[in-house]
Design a protein around this ligand. Structure first.
Ligand SMILES: [Zn+2]
Length: 332
């Protein structure tokens, strides 16, 4: 499933050469391949977020711990000049897994940066528990500060293409064999969702953690979309972690989308996101019903971004990763 490119790199800078020497995840692993050619030199929106080449170099440090690298797809939406790989990293041990997702919305930078800061913790978790890490799912959006593939920001008139859009795999209503969309909204969404379904066979998601932020809220909240719903102990733990890291939370009332909040937590919602896909008991592939990933715990964090310094936002997400990793390492 790894779509490594052929070995054609030349004239690369030092960082690129370093990346090029890393082994491919699938295949015979014999020849060094310029897997991430070009990433090291990509200009990244300069607002304090780390350059994208540095993040990838940190993520790929897991290869030294025996992890496997999958290049899910090369992302090159309209208006971009260099294709950027969307990658996943898998722990050496397969089985009931922790899935950690981040960077679906390109302007939400705390998650991808916090993951880079948590590599030692993630490596340790992977030594004790199967893990699939998808650290930066919209690299083009991160590099150019675009939320979606096709438009920079949310709009009521233009449908923003999210890399996590799963509408083509989810039924219009429970039990229906009609999906919400006839096809994936982008090559990226097609590849990412197909990867989730394919890899769920060997790394079935027991836990799915998706790091988001929101510029338009002053108080954050936690979606708990898994089978355990709003009573999931890890959702309660996450609320405590965010509180103790100085993140204001909206403990009751409604989200900005009108969903009810209780104790800072929202139960399962229908939003065609990759998180809904992770929690789905049934999915539709080519019009046929199939068992879905059915993750027990599916948490999505929405932390306020506008009024909080980047460093504090990253620190809060780092605390979430560390504390939840410690809890999940000893869980089922
Ligand atoms: Zn988001």
């Amino acid at each position: 499933m790894t779509m490594a490119r052929s070995n054609s790199g030349s004239g690369a800078g030092p960082a690129l050469i370093l990346l090029a020497m890393l082994p491919a995840g699938c295949g015979d692993g014999a020849a060094p391949v310029p897997l991430l050619e070009g990433v090291a030199d990509v200009a990244t929106h300069a607002d304090g977020r780390r350059p994208i080449g540095e993040l990838y170099a940190d993520y790929l440090g897991l290869l030294e711990q025996g992890w496997a690298l999958d290049v899910i797809v090369e992302s090159r939406p309209a208006g971009t000049e260099v294709a950027l790989p969307i990658v996943a990293l898998r722990s050496p041990q397969a089985g009931q897994a922790v899935w950690l997702l981040s960077g679906i919305h390109g302007e939400e930078t705390a998650g991808p940066n916090a993951i880079a800061a948590a590599m030692a913790d993630i490596a340790e978790l992977g030594a004790r528990h199967p893990v699939v890490l998808m650290p930066l799912l919209n690299p083009q959006g991160y590099a150019r500060n675009w939320r979606y593939l096709n438009v920079p920001v949310y709009s009521e008139t233009v449908d923003g293409q999210s890399v996590g859009d799963s509408s083509h795999l989810l039924p219009v209503e429970p039990g229906s064999t009609e999906s919400r969309a006839p096809r994936a909204s982008s090559p990226e969404a097609a590849a990412i969702t197909a990867y989730v379904l394919r890899m769920a066979a060997s790394y079935p998601p027991r836990y799915s953690i998706d790091l988001h932020e929101d510029d338009l809220i002053d108080e954050g909240y936690v979606y708990s979309q898994g089978i355990e719903g709003p009573a999931d102990p890890l959702a309660l733990l996450a609320v405590d972690i965010l509180k103790s890291n100085g993140i204001p939370l909206k403990l009751d009332g409604q989200t900005r989308f009108g969903e009810p909040i209780e104790g800072g937590i929202i139960g399962p919602v229908t939003d065609s996101s990759i998180d809904e896909l992770m929690s789905a008991g049934t999915v539709l592939v080519g019009g046929r019903s199939m068992p879905g990933p059915a993750a027990g715990t599916v948490l999505v964090f929405e932390t306020p971004a506008a009024a909080i310094a980047f460093e504090q936002r990253v620190a809060a997400h780092l605390a979430l990763i560390r504390r939840l990793a410690g809890s999940m390492a000893t869980g089922p």
